[in-house]
Write a protein that binds this ligand. Structure first.
Ligand SMILES: O=C[C@H](O)COP(=O)(O)O
Length: 336
């Protein structure tokens, strides 16, 4: 289910200054969510498949080449081994819902990803999916001075324009954490707004808050609100490069901010945990958290993504175990 894109709103400092997060309650809820995930058998397999479709399949390597970006694109288009998928009752064809949500690469590799996707007809599939609002996207994960956000605004805007020109249709920007730590909400709002303008009307913006570097959960909630007020389509926990990345307490606080924004403004903003989400167990805890706090509307790639380089492999292994009753040998899956 898709809602109208978030256009943002005026910066509301009164709203931001009223934020007060209950740390103990957040940690208790996170503990419960992490331990009460009792999904079994076909229900677990179905949720794992759901997780696959919500992945922004990412490569972050300094030695990325055209060839490993191409492999990533193929894996994104057919994320589960075909025989395994068939045993689960699905097959790959133009209608198949089983693909990752997006491919995420550095700006300099966007052209490689777009070329592979086009050459192999994946964008034709995208057109069909688009009619059903299920879009297979190429994202540029690392624009705007990734991962620190400490380069001049002009060069961050140039990076965005470069990636859009090369065919990226989602941009993951990183915020300048110092603006949060000094409570400079006006400057943060303006920066995100101009970055959204640089994306243009058709390219979605995901704002990476780098929650592990924001100091307090109050700051996480406030930065979430400011990013949404500035028009972000998604708010995202982390770059994967902070000492602490996607944790359930951060996710709970961001989900609560998204819920409040939706109640007040009427727009649904997406959530993207990223960094260190590696196992099926992690993924299921996040999906349950989303269902509990935001409801089923958010359980789809239009409103929920995992930013992950290594999660897919574990999801596929879990499906293999479900189908065959045994653990796969390491050589059976070529790339996670
Ligand atoms: O957004 C994606 C993250 O940077 C990936 O982090 P990860 O390599 O820990 O999965």
């Amino acid at each position: 289910m898709v809602s109208e894109r978030n256009p943002g709103c005026e910066l509301d400092l009164g709203w931001i200054n009223n934020v007060n997060v209950n740390l103990t309650a957040v940690n208790e809820l996170a503990g419960k969510l992490a331990t009460t995930c009792e999904l079994k058998n076909e229900y677990r397999a179905a949720w794992i498949l759901k997780a696959v479709t919500c992945i922004d399949l990412t490569t972050l390597a300094g030695d990325d080449t055209h060839s490993n970006v191409s492999r990533l694109c193929f894996k994104a288009a057919q994320p589960i081994a075909e025989d395994l998928l068939n045993k689960l009752g699905f097959e790959y064809n133009e209608e198949s819902p089983i693909h990752t949500a997006a491919v995420c690469v550095y700006p300099s590799k966007v052209a490689s990803a777009v070329q592979t996707l086009k050459k192999n007809g994946f964008f034709m599939r995208k057109l069909m999916w688009h009619q059903r609002r299920r879009v297979f996207r190429t994202a540029d994960l690392f624009a705007t001075g990734f991962p620190s956000g400490q380069t001049p605004l002009k060069s961050r805007l140039d990076e965005i324009r470069y990636a859009v020109e090369k065919g990226a249709n989602e941009i993951d920007i990183v915020i300048d954490r110092s603006l949060v730590l000094t409570a400079n909400w006006g400057a943060l709002y303006q920066e995100i707004q101009v970055m959204k303008e640089a994306c243009g009307p058709n390219t979605h913006l995901k704002a990476i808050l780098a929650t592990g570097e924001l100091g307090t959960l109050d700051n996480v909630y406030k930065a979430s609100l400011v990013a949404m007020m500035a028009g972000s389509d998604f708010i995202k926990t982390s770059t994967g490069k902070e000492a602490v990345n996607a944790t359930l307490p951060f996710g709970i606080v961001m989900a609560r901010a998204i819920k409040e924004y939706h109640e007040r403004m009427g727009y649904k903003v997406g959530l993207k945990p990223a960094g260190g989400v590696r196992t099926a167990k992690d993924a299921l805890s996040w999906l349950i958290m989303i269902k509990e706090l935001l409801g089923s509307d958010w359980l789809n790639p239009d409103l929920f993504r995992f930013g992950a380089s290594g999660l897919l492999n574990d999801l596929e292994c879990n499906l293999y175990e479900y189908v065959t009753g045994k653990c796969p040998a390491g050589y059976e899956f070529f790339m996670g």
